[in-house]
Ligand binder design. Structure first.
Ligand code: ADP
Ligand code: MG
Length: 700
């Protein structure tokens, strides 16, 4: 049997109890799992501090000195702490214990030289260290340890039950002495050579017991690469399998509807990016494989018309399509926009949302089932069991990040073989991230805005400048423009320091009085019918100002609206700010985005404001966002958590990811099934990993 498969409790120093803890707390079941527990960081124990060198930096330091005095201090309520005075030749400090006081008091030797290690904090002029690690200088000199001490991930429970970092360290040493010879190389020689990687065996030794910084760096690179490389192999393989095995409806005809629209009813010339993307999609649709494509395009880049044209292809081939949007407002807008675009074509389009009346629903259900309904546009309501299609051939999903995985996959059950899927998103996902998260998805990008758009001018203003801003708004309104003012909250927050929507609405009503100005309001707690009504009034130009919460974040399209004021802008994330800004700049006029904030801003908030002012490029913004927040936040826990990375970091290790991607593509091109003898070990590991953790299916 493979020794690495040995249950963890058999390791010397573990036993049943600790084994149980490791399983429950760290998901470590076997020897092999422990080896793959990589340190979070390393402590440099080559350096010794003097007490007069200490600064209040909350960092861990190592000091040589003596305990000269020890006393118990009563803290009341039956509690006490143990305080020792610790000296070196430059000064004195305190060591403090709250737990295990009896044991410390009995075993601590006064006036004997110790090496202490731990975090220092400063109270007044006195530094202290709570629960220091202590070692007699004599022992310290002879102790076998590497200069870079690993710090392993842990949990409170592990620590409380005595499985400290030191203990895990010992387990690791024991493990290595038993298994050291067993680690065989997992990567093919060609890649090892190309990237000058160190062997797996050396990498594992040096990740746990680094001899020096340089070897540690090499070990990290090697293991990160390996991790990302196997993920890429999985994703790419999955994609290849889908293309070969999952049959799709062959949309071979580009027929009457598409051609008529393309030749006679296009309201504008398509951008080159739109044309390119259409071509990519048409190739997929005609390929006999199921399409699973992500269409990325910044706000206003013109994804809707692309979606419509795909749906026309479906119709030409005798299939129905659906378009699902995350909100009712957006579904309505798509419905209106698409109906308008297609008004001269003979196709049947309807909308289904939560507020569709029963009588209307009946008609829709019937027409979907008998096939007379060509395009259904709607919200989650489309997913209800009652909605059955005669032959759903294409599902378009707008703003994918709002839908959960299960929700999307529900569309699957609505036809015998999976329909083609086009997921549209205006949240630009940096390519590197998209590659690792959606590696099994094909990606199209509309990277060009329709011509004639003037870049939106963005400014950042403090609340103290409100009067100047209001004056500007009045000037714009006088020119016939319309304005959005967006608030982060619907009701007053407990902490009173944020502008509340209703407060704002009242004060705006005062500052922009009737009959000269008229104001709409829109928020999540309104009834759908009222929302639509308000939206309609604004869209028709009956009101000048739309005061709203983020319900208008996605998709809303009112070309005459040219100013977006975002209140308490510091409370919004970058992608949200960018989405909101995308509501303006849709017409021919110069548009503006005004970010209003408090004077006091955190560093992150400042970066967000500066980024917004500096650029309109959604991808650049997404990169900054990624740096500020990390991929987990951006993609939602579920999505990034699925990758469950042990050592690599999607943000910091993007360069490695790129290399891994490139080499994985190359390898699979040459040897798609990894059958070459030099790939034997690779395949073995690949199959093992695939069995263990299946990479999240984008739509499965
Ligand atoms: P988004 O990609 O944000 O969904 P839309 O599809 O709503 O963008 O398009 C934004 C606006 O740009 C719409 O008013 C649409 O009619 C217009 N538009 C789209 N493509 C073009 C084009 N090629 N030329 C001019 N205007 C276009
Ligand atoms: Mg859109």
């Amino acid at each position: 049997m493979n020794l690495l498969e040995t249950p963890i409790e058999y390791l010397k120093g573990v036993g049943p109890q600790r084994g149980d803890l490791l399983r429950k707390e760290m998901n470590i079941h076997k020897y092999g799992d422990l080896i793959n527990l990589y340190p979070n960081r390393y402590i440099d124990r080559t350096r010794y501090f003097k007490i007069n060198q200490l600064v209040n930096s909350n960092s861990e330091v190592q000091i040589v000195g003596k305990v000269v005095h020890i006393k118990t201090i009563d803290q009341g309520k039956g509690k006490s702490r143990l305080v020792a005075t610790f000296l070196d030749d430059t000064g004195q400090m305190e060591l403090v214990w709250f737990q295990g006081q009896k044991w410390v008091k009995e075993s601590l030797k006064l006036n004997t030289v110790y090496v202490i290690f731990g975090k220092v904090t400063q109270f007044g002029s006195v530094f202290n260290m709570a629960h220091p690690e202590m070692e007699l200088l004599e022992e310290h000199k002879t102790a076998l340890r590497s200069a870079m001490q690993p710090v392993y991930p842990s949990t409170e429970k592990l620590n409380n039950k005595g499985v400290t970092n030191k203990v895990i360290n010992k387990m690791m040493m024991q493990l290595f002495s038993e298994t050291h010879q067993l680690f065989s190389e997992t990567l093919p020689a060609s890649i090892m050579e190309e990237l000058k990687l160190i062997p797996k065996k050396d990498a594992l030794v040096n990740i746990h017991f680094p001899k020096n910084q340089e070897l540690l760096a090499k070990a990290q690179f090697r293991l990160k690469f390996e991790e990302l490389f196997f993920i890429q192999l999985q994703l790419i393989t999955k994609n290849l399998i889908r293309k070969h095995k999952i049959k799709g409806f062959p949309f071979e005809i580009i027929g009457e509807n598409f051609n008529d629209f393309y030749n006679n009813h296009l309201p504008f010339e398509l951008t080159n990016a739109q044309k390119r993307v259409l071509k990519e999609i048409r190739n997929d649709l005609g390929s006999h494989a199921q399409m699973n494509r992500l269409l990325q395009g910044d706000v206003g880049s013109g994804k809707t018309i692309v979606a419509l044209m795909c749906m026309l292809i479906a119709k030409d081939n005798g299939f129905q399509s659906c378009l699902m949007a995350p909100t009712e407002i957006l579904a309505n807008q798509h419905y209106n926009g698409i109906s308008e675009l297609a008004k001269d074509l003979n196709i049947n389009i309807r909308i289904l949302t939560g507020s569709t009346k029963i009588a209307q629903r009946r008609i829709i259900h019937e027409e979907l089932e008998n096939g007379t309904l060509d395009i259904i546009i709607g919200t989650h309501a489309l997913l209800e069991d009652k909605v059955q299609f005669k032959n759903l051939g294409l599902a378009v999903i707008d703003e994918q990040h709002r839908f959960g995985v299960e929700q999307r996959s529900k569309l699957w059950t609505k036809s015998e073989i999976p329909p083609h899927v086009l997921v549209m998103t205006a949240t630009p996902i940096p390519r590197t991230l998209a590659m690792s998260l959606y590696g099994d998805l094909d990606i199209s990008v509309i990277d060009e805005l329709p011509p004639g758009r003037k870049p939106i001018q963005t400014v950042h203003r403090f609340d103290s400048k409100r009067l100047v801003v209001w004056k500007f708004l009045k000037d714009e309104i006088a020119k016939g423009r319309q304005i959005y003012i967006v608030y982060p909250l619907i009701q007053e927050s407990e902490k009173m320091d944020y502008k509340d929507l209703m407060d704002g609405y009242e004060s705006i009503s005062r500052d922009f009085p009737l009959p000269h100005y008229s104001i709409s309001i829109l928020h999540g707690k309104m009834k759908p019918a009222d929302k639509d009504e308000e939206m309609k009034r604004f869209a028709e130009g009956k009101t000048n100002i739309m005061v709203a919460t983020t319900v208008i974040e996605v998709g809303v399209n009112v070309p005459n609206a040219s100013v977006m004021v975002i209140e308490s802008a510091e409370r919004f994330g970058l992608s949200q700010l960018h989405q909101l800004r995308g509501r303006v700049g849709r017409g021919a006029e110069q548009s503006y985005c005004i970010l209003m904030t408090d004077y006091k801003l955190s560093e992150d908030s400042k970066t967000r404001m500066e980024t917004m002012v500096r650029t309109n490029d959604g991808f650049e913004i997404a990169e900054v966002d990624l740096k500020l927040r990390g991929p987990g936040d951006i993609m939602g826990k579920q999505q990034s958590g699925v990758l469950n990375l042990q050592i690599a970091d999607l943000v910091k290790d993007r360069d490695i990811l790129q290399v891994a991607r490139h080499l994985a593509v190359k390898l699979l091109k040459e040897d798609p099934s990894m059958n070459l003898p030099e790939h034997a070990k690779l395949k073995e590991v690949f199959l093992e990993i695939s069995k263990k953790k299946s990479i999240w299916n984008y739509i499965s």
